[in-house]
Design a protein around this ligand. Structure first.
Ligand code: NDP
Ligand code: N5H
Length: 257
């Protein structure tokens, strides 16, 4: 089968279940012939992922645990990836975390602990992963992360995560400069709201979806397959001239005042 990613080893981090954006991305990468390596944190996520892979007939090159808030875990995971895959061509960072208590009320009330947890899990994790992947990306390649409009604008309740995503997007630019000389590109996809586990229990999520449907140029929301295809494009050589970019996959919502 001919695909844009034949012979390419791509690491996908952050699948919790069938709704995960990471799963949409994995399907798009698989459709283009990529060899996939998965990382997960919780055993529960591993079980869900194993079932999804079996159901969809995707055979992973490797599945390995990686908690991005733990340096030793990142080192061990990428050590195994290096040993089993040799070269890595792509990395998809599709994970974030903030304490639920920080995702409501006023940003001014953010705790030191909550701020640091969101930054460590959601922004520094990209830096740590890029550092660990770099020695394996000997043929050049592409790193793609997932962000949200709350990095650029004040969105109700997004609070500490908005500030973490702003750091994530700035990290994309600094990493793009550092890694460009090795032929490694670094970009972000800024997705519109999608109902996933991370979004679960968010009060007013329906209102957010309705606002997008009403105001976005395309008058609808986006889904995981659309974010998956855009991420696949950024992983593939079709985007070879693009780095340090934040690509909005949001039905155009971000252009509307
Ligand atoms: P999911 O809940 O499906 O995925 C979140 C993932 O983050 C889980 O797989 C979780 O793994 C992982 N994770 C959290 N903390 C850690 C950690 N310390 N180490 C390793 N993995 C961790 O949600 P989404 O698919 O929605 O989220 C994926 C990305 O997309 C996130 O960056 C999110 O901010 C972003 N995004 C989401 C939007 C949306 O509307 N859903 C919109 C724009 C961006 P585990 O459960 O195993 O801990
Ligand atoms: C403006 C909004 C609504 C406010 C929502 C904020 C969502 C923030 C995302 C973070 C990642 C959610 C989060 O960490 C939830 C955890 O505290 C609890 N959940 C979990 O532990 C589950 C089990 C695991 C799988 O979740 C994680 N993260 O590991 C933003 C929304 C319109 C769009 C959105 C939902 C953006 C985004 O960044 O995800």
């Amino acid at each position: 089968m001919s695909g844009l990613l034949n012979g390419q080893n791509v690491v996908v981090m952050g699948i919790a279940n069938e709704r995960s954006i990471g799963w949409g991305i994995a399907k798009s990468l698989h459709a283009q012939g990529a060899r996939l390596i998965f990382t997960y944190r919780k055993e529960r996520s591993y079980e869900k992922l194993a079932k999804l892979l079996a159901e969809s007939g995707i055979e992973p090159l490797l599945t390995v645990q990686c908690d991005v808030s733990d340096d030793a875990s990142i080192e061990a995971a990428f050590g195994r990836i290096g040993a089993e895959a040799g070269v890595v061509h792509g990395v998809v960072h599709s994970l974030a975390f903030a304490d639920k208590d920080e995702l409501g009320g006023e940003y001014v009330d953010t705790s030191r602990e909550g701020y640091l947890l969101a930054q460590e899990s959601s922004a520094f994790s990209l830096v740590a992963v890029a550092k660990a992947a770099k020695p394996l990306m000997t043929e050049g390649g592409s790193i793609v992360t997932q962000t949200y409009l709350g990095a650029e604008r004040v969105m109700r309740n997004y609070n500490v995560m908005g500030v973490a995503k702003a750091a994530l997007e700035a990290s994309v630019r600094y990493l793009a400069e550092d890694l460009g000389k090795y032929g490694i590109r670094v970009n972000a996809v800024s997705a519109g709201p999608i109902r996933t586990l991370a979004a679960k229990g968010v009060s007013g999520f329906n209102d957010i979806l309705n606002t997008v449907e009403e105001k976005a140029p395309l008058r609808r929301n986006v889904d995981q397959s659309e974010v998956g295809d855009a991420t696949m494009f950024l992983i593939s050589g079709l985007s070879r001239g693009i780095t340090g970019e934040v690509l909005h996959v949001d039905a155009g919502f971000h252009i509307i005042a």
